[in-house]
Design a protein around this ligand. Structure first.
Ligand code: HEM
Length: 474
């Protein structure tokens, strides 16, 4: 007896080279390669990356199926493994019951109504930074924007969630963040395959990261033991395993603490950097922003209510997260066979979600290379498929810190623009596209900062400005 089997329905995609598949173009310029896949093959694209069979999925209904409807079938998988080298078994790297229990334990601090408690910390850390800008402006010194944003978001996060006043040494911080980015992203080099006791440069970097973070974790826990303060460390110290009733182990607390420090500060810093640069590059946007900030804040510091009223500032932040989503790709692995957009997804194969590619899909975004905050009016949002925009992912694994990040972004953008004009010093390279974890400018971003009273721009009435192409897009 013969059974009828239907013919496989495979998604279109690049042919690739024998054995390596599309690893060559992926390594040369990942962002350009992935954008090109959507342009040339569509919204569900099949490819090989070395040993991995991968589908890039940007069709909104298929994205919903992976992240929401059938999310139980899509786990972290092999492409996420490298994150574990630094973050161990934390929220980002685990699945199933372990992940669920940990997510439940930390979630209360991050809820929309609870997170507004951190506003005073955002304001204090931003004021401290702006005071250093006053001195630099007076001395005619440039500002290294990425480093300042990293320090600002790290200090804010640490004080807000752990009541711990971290003193980041800028040079060390930058080295460590760069090391983290490097070791967590597979480049397919031979040294990645060596056992961990082989003293490669990579292993030395991993050891250095752990040495620095072990000290931070010990300090945070000691400070909590002494003061009982710090909402997130408090939840972690009191959390228990639902199956055994046992408290979290030291290793579990370390892994979650590290996950939050790493997932929470670099992403927000990258986004701040792009947002401030985009505003500086678009005088019309700057004008509307100035007018709103003057009207809503009137020179004062934001609070929970006025931050909600910064409607245009929110739209600017949303548009910046569209153009430059800090987490621009994230993978899943299919446990069982599935179909996406009518195409077969084999068990064990990988699915790649890409906010960057989804956010540049001309089917949902007119003139996607133009920076236009008016894409985020309530009506425009309603008219677009929800899954065309996913800077924080979606479904149960959506970024736990999304309200915190948005709050920081809106408040910091408003406070910086209340006091300063930023201009990029020519010569800074703003290209991105190398395979790093977050969508960071490739080199240092040096800017000059000019106090508002010394710059030409007094706020003028609000008006809708024509969108202009973003000058720092690949
Ligand atoms: C602009 C800033 C941020 C962006 C763009 C961002 C983006 C993302 C994305 C896309 C994911 C989902 C990844 C996936 O589904 O595989 C994620 C997860 C996560 N994010 Fe964020 N994030 C930001 C800020 C933060 C902040 C401020 C925190 C915490 C303080 C944070 C902590 C986390 C954690 C713990 C996860 C894992 C959640 C889980 O799987 O349960 N993120 N983030």
């Amino acid at each position: 007896m013969t059974t009828a089997t239907s013919a496989p329905h495979l998604a279109p995609g690049p042919k690739g080279a024998p054995l390596l598949g599309s690893l060559g173009p992926w390594k040369r310029n990942t962002a350009e390669f992935l954008l090109g896949l959507q342009r040339d093959h569509g919204e569900i694209v099949r490819m090989r990356l070395g040993p991995f069979l991968v589908h890039q999925v940007t069709e909104p209904e298929a994205v919903r199926r992976v992240l929401v409807e059938n999310n139980g079938n899509y786990v972290r998988g092999p492409l996420y493994e490298q994150f574990g080298v630094v973050m161990g078994k934390g929220l980002l790297t685990t699945d199933g019951e372990f992940w669920r229990a940990h997510r439940r334990a930390v979630q209360p601090v991050f809820l929309k109504n609870a997170i507004t408690d951190i506003i005073p910390n955002i304001i204090r850390a931003t004021e401290e930074m702006l005071e250093t800008w006053e001195r630099k402006a007076a001395a005619g010194e440039p500002v290294d924007l990425m480093t300042d944003m990293l320090r600002l978001t790290l200090v804010t996060l640490s004080r807000s969630l752990f009541a711990y006043d971290i003193k980041p040494d800028s040079a060390l911080l930058k080295t460590i963040v760069d090391d983290v980015v490097e070791v967590m992203f597979r480049r397919g080099t031979a040294t990645e395959m060596l056992p961990s006791w082989v003293p490669t440069d990579r292993q030395r970097k991993i050891l250095r990261i752990h040495r620095v973070f072990d000290r931070i974790v010990a300090d945070v826990r000691r400070s909590y033991a002494e003061t009982g303060e710090g909402p997130l460390i408090g939840l972690m110290e009191r959390a228990t395993d639902p199956a055994t009733g046992e408290p979290w182990t030291d290793q579990q607390i370390k892994d979650e603490l590290l996950t939050v420090y790493l997932a929470g500060h670099e992403t927000t810093a990258v986004s701040l950097c792009w947002t401030l640069l985009s505003i500086a590059a678009h005088p019309g946007v700057q004008e509307e922003l100035d007018a709103e900030i003057a009207t809503v804040l009137g020179g004062g510091a934001p609070d929970a209510r006025s931050a909600e009223g910064l409607t245009y500032t929110k739209m600017v932040v949303d548009e910046s997260l569209r153009m430059h989503p800090p987490i621009w790709i994230f993978p899943r692995a299919a446990v069982e066979a599935d179909a996406l957009g009518g195409y077969d997804i084999e068990p064990g194969s990988s699915v790649l979600l890409s906010p960057l590619v989804s956010h540049h899909n001309p089917r949902h975004w007119d003139n996607p290379l133009a920076f236009d905050p008016y894409r985020f009016t309530p009506q425009a949002i309603r008219e677009r498929p929800r899954m065309a925009y996913l800077p924080f992912g979606s479904g149960p694994r959506q970024c736990v810190g999304n309200f915190m990040a948005l709050l920081e972004l809106r408040i910091i953008v408003a406070m910086v623009n209340q006091r300063f004009r930023i201009s990029r010093i020519p010569g800074t390279e703003l290209r991105y596209g190398s395979p790093v974890i977050s969508l960071r400018p490739l080199k240092d971003v040096m800017v000059t900062v000019t106090p508002r009273e010394r710059s030409t721009g007094a706020p003028r009435p609000s008006r809708r400005t024509a969108p202009a192409a973003c000058p720092h897009h690949p």
